[in-house]
Ligand binder design. Structure first.
Ligand SMILES: Nc1ncnc2c1ncn2[C@@H]1O[C@H](COP(=O)(O)OP(=O)(O)O)[C@@H](O)[C@H]1O
Ligand SMILES: [Mg+2]
Length: 257
């Protein structure tokens, strides 16, 4: 009986639409082949974590997803559209549905927190109504646990708070897809844990589909529905965090020691 239910659950998730679909992706820079053969399908609402040592091509992969880099071979489909086929206007339109959080993502120093958040809404969403702006800013600051930060300047905030505001600024436009590139790098363990929890809460609240690149195993454990281990331009292992933590494979084990 349990097995039947389990099977039904799998079938249901298999039928979910793939929001990001990468097939046979290859990318070289000069003589250096960075991506050898990347295949990845991320389903709607899923959090996929990519682990891998530095320089293995994790960031290059997500740059191909948003059309900042062009693949040498293979296809990248996002929300059903092949990224390489899009013209400038279509690519811009697609990017409004994708949020990024990079390690170095900086706030505008000369703007208050409120102005930083409103800027995203005005520019990406063309929201001009002040009461709508106020409502969205208030909601998002509450989401990230900083309800009183609106009138502060970025320089008044700690590193962890700035990271939360960066996350709020990205999420305020309710992107369908979130790409997190090392969201907890450079933060202390407690702040890292808080950011990981926020990533998870935002996935649940807004049903966002996300790729999270990280070295932080605690973050991977907290946020992941599925984990991929990338090495030498390819994915070498895939599974849930728990499955991979029990793996006998030497490469996989090296991440869990
Ligand atoms: N625009 C670029 N031009 C040339 N080389 C690049 C470029 N972007 C990345 N690389 C190289 O590709 C390799 C993978 O980079 P990256 O995806 O940033 O690694 P990581 O897995 O640490 O995110 C590195 O050797 C890097 O130097
Ligand atoms: Mg990187």
């Amino acid at each position: 009986m349990e097995e039947v239910a389990e099977k039904a659950k799998h079938t249901a998730s298999d039928q979910k639409e793939a929001v990001i679909e990468i097939k046979g992706l290859k990318k070289s820079f000069g003589k250096k082949q960075v991506l050898k053969n990347i295949n990845l399908s991320v389903k709607r609402g899923e959090n996929v974590v990519i682990l891998g040592r530095s320089g293995t091509g994790k960031s290059v992969t997500i740059q191909c997803v948003v059309g900042m880099l062009t693949p040498d071979k293979g296809t990248v489909k996002v929300l059903g559209q092949e990224v390489e086929q899009l013209n400038d206007r279509e690519l811009k339109e697609l990017r409004t549905k994708i949020g990024f959080l990079f390690q170095s993502a900086a706030l505008y120093d000369s703007m208050t927190v409120r102005e930083n958040l409103e800027f995203a809404l005005k520019r990406v969403m063309r929201v001009t109504n002040q009461s709508e702006l106020n409502k969205r800013v208030k909601e998002m600051l509450e989401n990230v646990g900083l309800p009183d930060a609106a009138e502060k300047m970025p320089s008044d905030l700690s590193g962890g708070m700035r990271k939360r505001i960066g996350l709020a600024r990205t999420l305020i436009v309710h992107p369908e897809i979130m790409l997190y590139d090392e969201p907890t790098t450079g933060l202390d363990p407690i702040t890292s844990r808080e950011i990981s929890q926020l990533i998870l809460e935002m996935q649940r609240k807004y049903k966002t589909t996300s790729i999270i690149i990280t070295h932080d195993m605690d973050c991977a454990r907290v946020v992941s529905d599925r984990v991929l281990i990338m090495d030498d331009g390819e994915y070498k292992a895939e599974g849930s965090f728990d499955e991979l933590s029990k793996s006998k494979d030497e490469l996989v084990k090296s991440y869990f020691i």
